[in-house]
Design a protein around this ligand. Structure first.
Ligand SMILES: [Zn+2]
Length: 83
């Protein structure tokens, strides 16, 4: 029985997952250090950084969060102007 090695990346907002195949397993220092190499995340997937946290997200959620941040900044700017 063979199983494709890899890892699942889960969107931390909606739970959508993508499977990244492990390309190679570099073993260094006689096995002390293992460096696992994975496929690139598919187009559009990425990491969203917010308040010191990083979250993996699917393209749809990344887009949503970017718009939400833009709106939040806009609201903040408008409220500052009112002071
Ligand atoms: Zn998502």
């Amino acid at each position: 029985m063979s199983r494709t090695k890899g890892m699942n990346v889960t969107c931390e907002r909606c739970g959508n997952t993508v499977f990244l195949k492990q390309i190679e397993d570099l073993v260094m220092d006689g096995g002390l250090t293992r460096n696992e190499q994975y496929e690139e995340m598919p187009e559009g997937w990425g990491t969203f950084y917010c308040e010191g946290k990083s979250m993996d997200m699917c393209p749809r959620c990344l887009e949503h969060m970017r718009n939400a941040v833009k709106e939040a900044m806009l609201v903040f700017a408008i409220e500052r102007r009112r002071e």
